[in-house]
Design a protein around this ligand. Structure first.
Ligand code: 13P
Ligand code: SF4
Length: 351
């Protein structure tokens, strides 16, 4: 059983810490060919998607999107994936412009791997409560209090935190990477306490865990899932490793978004209860149109989907505008970038 060591600051998870970021910036651009005040219809959505694809061709741009983004963004992207696949693809692409439809740390990771490319982010206010739960100054202090520890950080961190890190991991490779280190290596793991606890248990380690978390995955409740399982006794329950220990205990399949997707593709005749951000259901249904996927609603809601407000800030209008204007572009200060890219490269070598 893993032991939680001296901990970093408890993250503020919940809507209060999100105020400001949850509100999309007002869409206003006289040169935009679609009036963003009118609801987007199927017709103008297809037109906007075509316009975006044309801009990509003209400008040698590639669009990458995380599985949690809106369906219409995923349908417009050149590549969709989990955090690991997005980082890998960013390292490989030769496109002049990369548009990252995800959250800020994903665009930053992309810029760190492709410093000579223009990396665009449709809405730079798309933050991440998990990344927010670990500030670089706090981690620096924590490291000083625990000398001799290897620092492993989840990719959901700022470049400044990565610059203080030895190895970056994603939920798709964390366990594999930790297993490659000597069993007695002293490790600080952060910021996701649920992922860290899971790895401690799986590997028999005693990593010191930063007490951060994702507000979206914290909204899943074991009681809600237990009720759904009782209603659908044959269903397979899937949960992301960012979920609590109680939720993971009810899951048949635990892993990253890519792990869940792969499992569903390999077992399409099952019914699935899915405990992660609901955007993934779009890709699951695209691959397995006959399969029933039941999203777990957030705690307190009888039905509906659990969505990441940050990911939803990516809209087609903003995607169009950022490609057209080649702005907002992501920049990382050189001294931070120099250090922050090292643990990402180490991750890519080890995974
Ligand atoms: P993965 O894409 O690695 O599964 O991570 C999920 C997530 O929360 C991204 O922000
Ligand atoms: Fe961050 Fe959670 Fe949103 Fe992922 S789902 S981007 S971890 S806030």
């Amino acid at each position: 059983m893993g032991v939680t060591g001296r901990i970093g600051p408890i993250s503020k998870i919940g809507p209060i810490s999100l105020i400001g970021l949850m509100t999309p910036s007002p869409p206003s651009s006289p040169r935009l060919p679609h009036n963003p005040k009118n609801p987007i219809t199927q017709n103008n959505m297809s037109q906007l998607q075509q316009d975006i694809r044309q801009l990509c061709q003209k400008k040698d741009a590639v669009i990458m999107a995380h599985y949690y983004t809106r369906p219409e963004i995923q349908d417009t992207a050149d590549f969709i994936g989990d955090s690991l696949a997005l980082a890998r693809r960013a390292a490989e692409t030769s496109a002049k412009i990369i548009v990252m439809c995800g959250v800020h740390f994903m665009a930053e990771t992309c810029k760190l791997l492709c410093p000579d490319r223009t990396v665009l982010c449709p809405d730079p206010a798309a933050g991440c409560s998990l990344a927010d739960s670990c500030k670089a100054d706090d981690l620096r202090k924590f490291k000083a209090e625990h000398p001799g520890h290897t620092v492993i950080s989840y990719v959901n961190t700022t470049a400044a935190v990565k610059a203080l890190t030895d190895i970056v991991v994603t939920s798709g490779n964390a366990e594999r990477i930790v297993r490659q280190l000597p069993q007695d290596e002293k490790i600080i793991f952060g910021p996701d306490q649920n992922l860290g606890r899971y790895i401690n248990e799986a590997t028999g380690r005693n990593m010191l865990l930063w007490q951060g978390g994702c507000h979206v995955h914290a909204r899943f409740n074991a009681g809600v899932i237990a009720r759904m399982k009782a209603q659908h006794p044959d269903a397979i329950t899937m949960a992301h490793l960012e979920c609590s220990a109680e939720v993971l205990a009810l899951a048949d399949v635990k892993g990253s978004t890519a792990v869940m997707l792969k499992y569903a593709q390999e077992h399409p005749s099952a019914t699935y209860i899915v405990a992660t951000e609901a955007g993934i259901l779009h890709e699951m249904r695209r691959h397995c149109p006959q399969t029933t996927f039941l999203p777990v609603p957030p705690e307190g809601a009888d039905a509906g989907c659990n969505e990441c407000e940050y990911m939803r800030l990516n809209t087609l209008e903003k995607l169009y505008r950022c490609l057209r204007d080649e702005s907002p572009a992501i920049e990382v200060p050189e001294d931070i970038a120099r250090e922050a890219v090292k643990p990402i490269r180490r991750m890519l070598e080890m995974s």
